[in-house]
Design a binder for this molecule. Structure first.
Ligand code: NAD
Ligand code: ZN
Length: 228
């Protein structure tokens, strides 16, 4: 049976108005990664980090799906084989489209207790020192995987990569590991590989096929071809 593993990144949601990581002028460009996306940054200035993610949570909640999210949801529903979507995105747009996804970098709508690892639905606005509903420690944090932390579900993802016949990376720069190494794992197990992006990336050389253009067009066309 055919098994497709799809890795998505910030480029998939760019046309929904959510800035990518390295976009100029975007939410990310106004902050240093070390300040807003590391455990050390959170320790230094929890207020800044909470406000940053509060703003992103609000923005994501208002964002509209684009055609690429919808096409991937359709593929998952209609493809006669298995379709696994692994996302680095934290915006929740895959779910809004009706897809089942593996969130390797967490999600904006999640809260995590740094004291006991309990997880719950994040309120729209989180504040430093918010209490954990389970252990009551003032240790709430966004359930987001920061730089220097280990992404979620890595064993499950490795198993999917080992069994896939086709690996597709969409809108991801290939600069953030371990996700950037997934294509090599898939190749090692004999999978075909496709990259969909606006331009070449740091790992383009590892892909056999390149579809260059905006995700809303390229993903939609690719899904239509696969289903026909
Ligand atoms: P990245 O910003 O490093 O790279 C984005 C990639 O998308 C680039 O290669 C760019 O060429 C491509 N791209 C931009 N617009 C596109 C479009 N319309 N169609 C196709 N491709 C397009 O993003 P990354 O590789 O996902 O890594 C960034 C990290 O930041 C991730 O860990 C993620 O958790 C986080 N992040 C998430 C979001 C989100 O959830 N929407 C947004 C920004 C950053
Ligand atoms: Zn707790």
């Amino acid at each position: 049976m055919e098994k497709i593993v799809i890795l998505t990144g910030a480029g998939l949601s760019a046309e929904s108005g959510l800035g990518t990581f390295r976009d100029e002028g975007g939410l990310w460009a106004q902050h240093r990664i070390e300040d807003v996306a590391t455990p050390e940054g959170f320790q230094r200035n929890p207020r800044l980090v909470m406000d940053f993610y509060n703003a992103r949570r609000e923005q994501a909640a208002q964002a509209q799906l684009n055609a690429a999210h919808k096409a991937l949801a359709r593929l998952q529903k209609e493809f006669p084989g298995e379709v696994i979507i692994v996302t680095q995105n934290v915006d929740g747009l895959h779910e809004k489209a009706g897809s089942a996804v593996i969130h390797m970098h967490g999600a904006l709508d999640g809260a995590l207790c740094a004291a006991c690892d309990h997880r719950w639905q994040a309120p729209l606005r989180m504040a430093p020192g918010d209490a954990c509903p389970k252990c009551n420690a003032p240790a709430a944090r966004p359930d987001i995987v920061w730089f220097g932390e280990i992404p979620y579900h890595m064993e499950e993802i490795a198993a999917h990569l080992a069994g896939c016949t086709l690996f597709v990376a969409i809108g991801t720069s290939g600069q953030v590991y371990p996700a950037a190494g997934f294509v090599q794992e898939a190749l090692m197990h004999g999978a075909q590989t496709v990259e969909i992006n606006l331009n070449a990336t740091d790992v383009s050389g590892a892909f056999q096929t390149h579809l260059i253009g905006p995700a809303s067009q390229e993903v939609t066309r690719w899904v239509e071809n696969l289903l026909n």
